[in-house]
Design a binder for this molecule. Structure first.
Ligand SMILES: Cc1ncc(COP(=O)(O)O)c(C=O)c1O
Length: 378
């Protein structure tokens, strides 16, 4: 349900969770029942052991969805689990340098650090990561990998341009680092045409091992299914499967079978269209309100995804600002949490992530009005 606030009630600019109405629960239930009826034994047993890369039917569906081969697909329990396994795999050889966008998804940074990653934030520009800054750091110290969220980034909303994707892949070849592109919001485009996957840019295709794509069904089918995947070279896929078996033995066969059936029966395609229709008006109203109330503080005007974001000029520190907002009925996530080590928002500003996907447009605008009033000290 869209949350509807009154002038007294609380508005949440906090979590980037899919609204319940974006999840096709009836179709999911039907396919769950059908999967259990068809092969009950397999659904309630461990999956086969020995480099099991995921449900074969699901891997075929994911491969054809993105235009890859099934032997390149490894399926796990959500994209975060995939990132955890990838960090373990890519950081095993002693190079612990990891470069990420600043700001970026805080949970990914925590995962990389847990695996010993020395994470450095590289500033973002309007069209994606600042490649000049990245090249400068690479000259001193080439990373094991660079993590990017190239489409409707969490938290900024920024999309990397096609030209930058090409230059990024060239840089990866020059400095021999792997790119991880994490694409959970890619299909949620409300206008325009998507640039190619980084793994599909010309330089990327010729050296596919250098770009690993991480996808998720969380935003286009269901977060509760916990289905995410990596697209890499077949050998890396097998190595991830070995790591997975050593970590959790087996994914849930039932969840992967439901996902495979939903992809095959076009439930996912239909749901992507439905979610676009559902979120486009919320996006359009949010953009209009943000342009009116935030002006130049807005970091980008995305054509999709869940988030707008801003560098808001303030006269207090973040903790005081967040507490003042709470008093005024506005729940904010601390923006500094999205800035990895050695990075920060511009001096005198706070970074604010503004998720619009679950808010009624009037409430979004009301939330921004409260925000601006607090920043102005009114
Ligand atoms: C960039 C990014 N990656 C991964 C995830 C989590 O995906 P999953 O639910 O598949 O673990 C999120 C969820 O918010 C996200 O924003």
């Amino acid at each position: 349900m869209v949350t509807t606030a009154t002038h007294q009630s609380v508005i949440h600019f906090s979590r980037g969770v899919p609204p319940l109405e974006a999840i096709p629960t009836r179709e999911l239930a039907d396919h769950a029942i059908a999967a259990v009826r068809e092969v009950p034994g397999a659904m309630f047993q461990y999956a086969p052991l020995g480099q099991y890369q995921g449900d074969p039917a699901l891997r075929e569906e994911i491969a054809s969805f993105h235009g890859f081969e099934a032997n390149q697909i490894f399926v796990s329990n959500g994209a975060l689990q995939v990132l955890d396994l990838l960090a373990s795999h890519l950081l095993r050889n002693g190079n612990h340098n990891v470069y990420v966008e600043a700001p970026t998804y805080d949970r990914a940074v925590q995962i990389f650090q847990r695996h010993g990653g020395q994470v450095r934030g590289i500033p973002m520009e309007e069209d994606g990561i600042d490649l000049n800054a990245l090249a400068k750091y690479c000259l001193t110290c080439s990373p094991a990998f660079v993590y990017t969220i190239p489409d409707f980034q969490n938290p900024s909303g920024i999309t990397m341009s096609e030209a930058k994707r090409q230059a990024f892949v060239s840089l990866a070849s020059r400095f021999h680092f792997t790119i991880i592109e994490d694409i959970p919001y890619r299909e949620l485009r409300y206008r325009g045409v998507s640039p190619p996957l980084i793994a599909k840019t010309p330089a990327g295709v010729s050296d596919i091992a250098r770009v690993i794509t991480v996808g998720s069904l969380t935003k286009i089918l269901s977060p509760g299914l916990r289905v995410g995947y990596a697209v890499s070279d077949p050998e890396t896929s097998r190595q991830l499967a070995t790591l997975a078996e050593g970590t959790y033995l087996s994914p849930s066969p039932l969840c992967q079978a439901i996902a495979a059936r939903c992809m095959k029966a076009s439930v996912v395609h239909a749901n992507i269209e439905r979610v676009r229709q559902l979120l486009k008006p919320r996006h359009d109203h949010a953009v209009t309100a943000a342009r009116r109330l935030l002006g130049n503080a807005l970091l980008s005007v995305p054509d999709g995804g869940y988030f707008l974001s801003a560098h808001l000029r303030v006269h207090t520190d973040e903790a005081t600002f967040v507490a003042a907002a709470k008093k005024e009925g506005l729940v904010l996530t601390r923006g500094s949490a999205f800035y990895p080590p050695s990075s920060a928002p511009p001096a005198g500003t706070l970074f604010l992530r503004l998720p619009f996907q679950a808010l009624d447009p009037e409430d979004f605008a009301l939330g921004l009005e409260r925000l601006v009033a607090i920043a102005d000290g009114k």
